[in-house]
Each structure stands twice: as C-alpha cells, then as structure tokens.
Design a binder for this molecule. Structure first.
Ligand SMILES: [Zn+2]
Length: 64
C-alpha cells in the first residue's frame, strides 16, 4: 500500500473497503498528529506519533 490512511479516508476508503480499513486500525499503536486518525503502522499516517498503549491488567482490583 503506497497511500496514506489520511488520504484514503478522504476517498471514502473506510466505507468502501471497510474490512481492509479495520485490518489497518484494529490494533492502533500510532496516531496522526495532523488528522487524528489512528493506525497499526506509522507508515500510513502523514504525521505519525507513537501512542502509549496501556494494558488494563495493572488496574485489576480484587475488591472495590
Ligand atoms: Zn494524517
């Protein structure tokens, strides 16, 4: 894929090829600082920034 997510979305990629779109964003690690889109890989965002992905296992409470 040579195109960037940010541009693809303008072309309705997320509607016309929904499954492929989901496969690119279902485990997002990067966010675009320009558009706010998220993606699994940074090379499909125009201004990618790595996100800190928190795992909620730390917040396990036995008693609340
Ligand atoms: Zn972007």
């Amino acid at each position: 894929m040579g195109k960037r997510m940010c541009k693809l979305i303008k072309e309705d990629f997320h509607e016309t090829q929904f499954k492929e779109f989901v496969s690119l964003v279902n485990h997002p690690k990067f966010v675009c600082r320009k558009c706010g889109h998220v993606a699994n890989e940074d090379d499909i965002l125009c201004k990618p920034r790595k996100m800190k992905v928190k795992h909620k296992e730390k917040n396990k409470n036995k008693e609340s």
